[in-house]
Design a protein around this ligand. Structure first.
Ligand SMILES: [Zn+2]
Length: 216
Protein backbone atom coordinates (compact mmCIF):
# COMPACT_ATOMS: atom_id res chain seq x y z
CA UNK A 1 0.00 0.00 0.00
CA UNK A 2 2.36 2.62 1.27
CA UNK A 3 5.11 1.19 -0.89
CA UNK A 4 3.23 2.03 -4.04
CA UNK A 5 2.64 5.62 -2.99
CA UNK A 6 4.82 8.48 -4.00
CA UNK A 7 6.69 9.32 -0.83
CA UNK A 8 8.20 12.59 -1.89
CA UNK A 9 11.59 13.85 -0.84
CA UNK A 10 13.25 12.44 2.25
CA UNK A 11 14.12 15.28 4.59
CA UNK A 12 15.16 13.38 7.72
CA UNK A 13 16.29 9.90 8.64
CA UNK A 14 16.34 7.98 11.90
CA UNK A 15 18.75 5.31 10.76
CA UNK A 16 18.25 2.97 13.73
CA UNK A 17 15.22 3.32 15.91
CA UNK A 18 16.22 2.06 19.36
CA UNK A 19 12.55 1.72 20.33
CA UNK A 20 11.65 -0.44 17.35
CA UNK A 21 14.21 -3.14 16.56
CA UNK A 22 16.68 -0.68 15.02
CA UNK A 23 14.51 -0.22 11.94
CA UNK A 24 15.13 2.92 9.91
CA UNK A 25 12.43 5.59 9.69
CA UNK A 26 12.34 8.26 7.04
CA UNK A 27 10.48 11.56 7.12
CA UNK A 28 9.33 12.58 3.64
CA UNK A 29 8.01 15.87 2.34
CA UNK A 30 5.59 16.44 -0.51
CA UNK A 31 3.97 19.52 -1.95
CA UNK A 32 0.24 19.05 -2.46
CA UNK A 33 -2.50 21.40 -3.63
CA UNK A 34 -3.27 22.32 -0.04
CA UNK A 35 0.37 22.96 0.87
CA UNK A 36 3.20 21.00 2.45
CA UNK A 37 2.52 17.44 3.56
CA UNK A 38 4.73 14.99 5.45
CA UNK A 39 4.73 11.23 5.67
CA UNK A 40 6.81 8.78 7.71
CA UNK A 41 7.91 5.58 6.06
CA UNK A 42 10.05 2.56 6.81
CA UNK A 43 11.43 0.11 4.29
CA UNK A 44 11.64 -2.46 7.06
CA UNK A 45 9.14 -5.30 6.91
CA UNK A 46 9.25 -5.77 10.67
CA UNK A 47 5.70 -6.32 11.97
CA UNK A 48 6.07 -3.61 14.63
CA UNK A 49 6.99 -0.96 12.06
CA UNK A 50 3.39 0.07 11.38
CA UNK A 51 2.62 0.61 15.06
CA UNK A 52 5.79 2.62 15.48
CA UNK A 53 4.87 4.91 12.60
CA UNK A 54 1.38 5.33 14.04
CA UNK A 55 2.86 6.33 17.40
CA UNK A 56 5.19 8.90 15.87
CA UNK A 57 2.35 10.33 13.77
CA UNK A 58 0.27 10.63 16.93
CA UNK A 59 3.21 12.42 18.50
CA UNK A 60 3.49 14.89 15.63
CA UNK A 61 -0.21 15.67 16.06
CA UNK A 62 -0.30 16.02 19.84
CA UNK A 63 3.24 17.27 20.45
CA UNK A 64 3.82 19.48 17.43
CA UNK A 65 0.26 20.46 16.49
CA UNK A 66 0.10 18.85 13.06
CA UNK A 67 -3.10 17.51 11.49
CA UNK A 68 -4.16 14.56 9.39
CA UNK A 69 -4.93 16.06 6.00
CA UNK A 70 -6.62 13.29 4.06
CA UNK A 71 -8.25 9.91 4.40
CA UNK A 72 -4.75 8.55 4.89
CA UNK A 73 -4.08 8.94 8.63
CA UNK A 74 -0.37 9.10 7.98
CA UNK A 75 -0.35 12.19 5.77
CA UNK A 76 0.31 15.08 8.10
CA UNK A 77 0.51 18.85 7.73
CA UNK A 78 0.41 21.99 9.81
CA UNK A 79 -2.97 23.78 9.88
CA UNK A 80 -1.36 26.73 8.06
CA UNK A 81 -0.20 24.45 5.22
CA UNK A 82 3.31 25.89 5.39
CA UNK A 83 6.43 23.80 5.15
CA UNK A 84 8.16 24.61 8.48
CA UNK A 85 10.60 21.85 7.59
CA UNK A 86 13.23 22.35 10.27
CA UNK A 87 10.57 22.29 12.97
CA UNK A 88 9.04 19.07 11.64
CA UNK A 89 12.43 17.40 11.34
CA UNK A 90 13.34 18.38 14.89
CA UNK A 91 9.99 17.20 16.26
CA UNK A 92 10.36 13.90 14.41
CA UNK A 93 13.85 13.31 15.84
CA UNK A 94 12.68 14.14 19.37
CA UNK A 95 9.79 11.69 19.04
CA UNK A 96 12.11 8.95 17.82
CA UNK A 97 13.83 9.13 21.21
CA UNK A 98 10.62 8.08 22.97
CA UNK A 99 9.03 4.68 23.21
CA UNK A 100 5.48 4.29 21.87
CA UNK A 101 4.02 4.42 25.37
CA UNK A 102 5.92 7.62 26.20
CA UNK A 103 4.52 9.44 23.16
CA UNK A 104 1.44 11.58 23.72
CA UNK A 105 0.29 14.90 25.07
CA UNK A 106 1.98 18.24 24.74
CA UNK A 107 4.54 20.27 26.65
CA UNK A 108 3.87 23.47 28.64
CA UNK A 109 4.81 27.00 27.59
CA UNK A 110 6.45 27.64 30.96
CA UNK A 111 9.78 26.06 31.85
CA UNK A 112 12.40 26.55 34.55
CA UNK A 113 15.66 27.94 33.23
CA UNK A 114 18.89 27.33 35.14
CA UNK A 115 20.85 30.16 33.63
CA UNK A 116 18.04 32.68 34.15
CA UNK A 117 17.52 31.25 37.66
CA UNK A 118 13.77 31.56 37.19
CA UNK A 119 10.92 30.34 34.99
CA UNK A 120 10.68 31.45 31.39
CA UNK A 121 7.37 31.67 29.53
CA UNK A 122 6.51 31.62 25.85
CA UNK A 123 3.68 34.17 25.64
CA UNK A 124 1.35 34.45 22.70
CA UNK A 125 1.74 37.97 21.36
CA UNK A 126 -0.40 37.85 18.23
CA UNK A 127 -1.05 35.47 15.35
CA UNK A 128 2.08 33.33 14.98
CA UNK A 129 3.99 35.72 17.22
CA UNK A 130 5.51 34.83 20.59
CA UNK A 131 7.43 36.68 23.25
CA UNK A 132 9.76 34.97 25.70
CA UNK A 133 9.43 36.44 29.18
CA UNK A 134 11.23 35.81 32.47
CA UNK A 135 9.50 35.49 35.84
CA UNK A 136 12.05 37.83 37.38
CA UNK A 137 13.31 41.16 36.17
CA UNK A 138 17.02 41.58 35.74
CA UNK A 139 19.79 41.23 33.23
CA UNK A 140 20.14 37.43 33.46
CA UNK A 141 16.50 36.81 32.68
CA UNK A 142 16.48 39.31 29.85
CA UNK A 143 19.57 37.76 28.25
CA UNK A 144 18.08 34.29 28.49
CA UNK A 145 14.81 35.41 26.89
CA UNK A 146 16.77 36.74 23.94
CA UNK A 147 18.89 33.57 23.77
CA UNK A 148 15.78 31.38 23.74
CA UNK A 149 14.23 33.58 21.03
CA UNK A 150 17.39 33.09 18.94
CA UNK A 151 17.13 29.36 19.65
CA UNK A 152 13.58 29.28 18.28
CA UNK A 153 14.66 31.25 15.23
CA UNK A 154 17.26 28.57 14.43
CA UNK A 155 15.15 25.54 15.26
CA UNK A 156 11.90 26.67 13.67
CA UNK A 157 13.08 29.22 11.07
CA UNK A 158 11.28 32.01 12.90
CA UNK A 159 12.04 35.72 12.59
CA UNK A 160 13.38 37.64 15.57
CA UNK A 161 11.80 41.08 15.92
CA UNK A 162 14.24 43.92 15.26
CA UNK A 163 12.63 46.06 17.95
CA UNK A 164 12.33 43.35 20.61
CA UNK A 165 14.98 40.63 20.60
CA UNK A 166 12.86 38.38 22.82
CA UNK A 167 10.05 38.24 20.24
CA UNK A 168 9.86 35.66 17.44
CA UNK A 169 7.28 35.03 14.76
CA UNK A 170 6.32 32.55 12.08
CA UNK A 171 5.92 34.16 8.68
CA UNK A 172 2.68 32.19 8.14
CA UNK A 173 1.02 34.29 10.86
CA UNK A 174 -0.65 31.18 12.23
CA UNK A 175 -0.88 29.83 15.77
CA UNK A 176 1.74 27.15 16.58
CA UNK A 177 1.42 26.94 20.37
CA UNK A 178 2.00 23.20 20.62
CA UNK A 179 5.08 23.38 18.46
CA UNK A 180 6.48 26.16 20.66
CA UNK A 181 5.91 24.00 23.74
CA UNK A 182 7.39 20.96 22.03
CA UNK A 183 10.67 22.64 21.15
CA UNK A 184 10.96 25.05 24.08
CA UNK A 185 13.53 22.87 25.91
CA UNK A 186 15.53 22.63 22.70
CA UNK A 187 15.46 26.39 22.19
CA UNK A 188 16.94 26.72 25.69
CA UNK A 189 19.99 24.79 24.54
CA UNK A 190 20.31 24.79 20.79
CA UNK A 191 23.99 23.89 20.95
CA UNK A 192 23.29 20.51 22.52
CA UNK A 193 20.62 19.84 19.89
CA UNK A 194 23.09 20.50 17.08
CA UNK A 195 25.76 18.41 18.81
CA UNK A 196 23.34 15.49 18.99
CA UNK A 197 22.65 15.90 15.28
CA UNK A 198 26.34 15.63 14.49
CA UNK A 199 26.72 12.53 16.62
CA UNK A 200 23.67 10.91 15.06
CA UNK A 201 24.92 11.76 11.59
CA UNK A 202 28.33 10.23 12.26
CA UNK A 203 26.76 7.09 13.72
CA UNK A 204 24.45 6.85 10.72
CA UNK A 205 27.38 7.14 8.35
CA UNK A 206 29.42 4.50 10.12
CA UNK A 207 26.47 2.16 10.31
CA UNK A 208 25.58 2.49 6.65
CA UNK A 209 25.89 -0.78 4.76
CA UNK A 210 28.76 -0.92 2.32
CA UNK A 211 30.69 1.62 4.33
CA UNK A 212 32.18 -0.65 6.92
CA UNK A 213 35.70 0.61 6.52
CA UNK A 214 34.51 3.71 8.36
CA UNK A 215 36.07 5.86 5.70
CA UNK A 216 33.28 8.38 5.66
ZN1 LIG B 1 2.64 27.98 10.11
Amino acid sequence: MRRTLELGQRVELQSRDPHCHDISLGLYHQESEGGSVYVIHTYSSHPDGGLRIEAICRGLIEFAGMLVVSRDPQLLAFPCGQRHEKAVRRSFLELCKLSNSEIGGFLPLVRPDKKAECDLTVEVNGPGRYRITAAEDGEKGKRRCQAVARGFSKLCEMDVSASDLSMVSFDCGHEHDRLMGALFFRAQNVRSAFKEDELAASRGTLAAPGNQDGNA
